[in-house]
Design a binder for this molecule. Structure first.
Ligand SMILES: CC(C)(COP(=O)(O)OP(=O)(O)OC[C@H]1O[C@@H](n2cnc3c(N)ncnc32)[C@H](O)[C@@H]1OP(=O)(O)O)[C@@H](O)C(=O)NCCC(=O)NCCS
Length: 117
């Protein structure tokens, strides 16, 4: 399993992963709209030359506490249904956080299922 930064040629596969994982287009559309804005980070999980997972970070404002903080939002994270529960989501998040560590952002926030995050 290789975790790497998304390339332009990955964009269609990333869109399909988000649609397959969430069963709707909302998250895929959000990623497509945010991509290209400065300071977004997009990672893919690749297994045997196939992109099977995706993780996205973008800058967020988190209430009053954010005035002096640069904060990234972690969302969405998606793994193709047939590849779930094999540790790919965990690996994407661990590796993604490590990669964002040197970006100058001071915190990452996430909204989601507490058992997973
Ligand atoms: C959530 C998601 C990214 C997890 O990816 P994954 O590769 O299956 O996760 P992992 O294999 O690393 O799971 C690690 C642990 O997280 C927990 N977990 C995984 N998916 C979960 C879910 N959907 N709900 C609650 N807990 C979950 C489990 O405890 C799991 O450990 P276990 O398999 O030993 O029980 C994947 O299930 C997915 O794409 N779901 C649909 C999209 C989604 O809901 N994304 C998150 C919201 S942004």
């Amino acid at each position: 399993m290789d975790i790497r930064t998304e390339n332009p040629e990955d964009i269609e596969a990333v869109r399909n992963i988000n649609i397959a994982a969430f069963g709707r287009e909302n998250e895929a559309n959000l990623v497509d709209q945010l991509r290209g804005i400065a300071s977004t980070f997009s990672f893919v999980a690749v297994q045997c030359d196939r992109i099977v997972g995706h993780l996205f970070f973008s800058p967020v404002v988190a209430g009053k506490c954010s005035s002096n903080l640069s904060i990234l939002g972690l969302a969405p994270v998606a793994v193709l249904p047939n590849y779930q529960r094999q540790g790919i989501g965990t690996l994407l998040i661990q590796q993604g956080l490590k990669e964002c560590g040197g970006s100058g952002f001071q915190a990452v926030v996430v909204l989601g299922h507490p058992d997973f995050y």
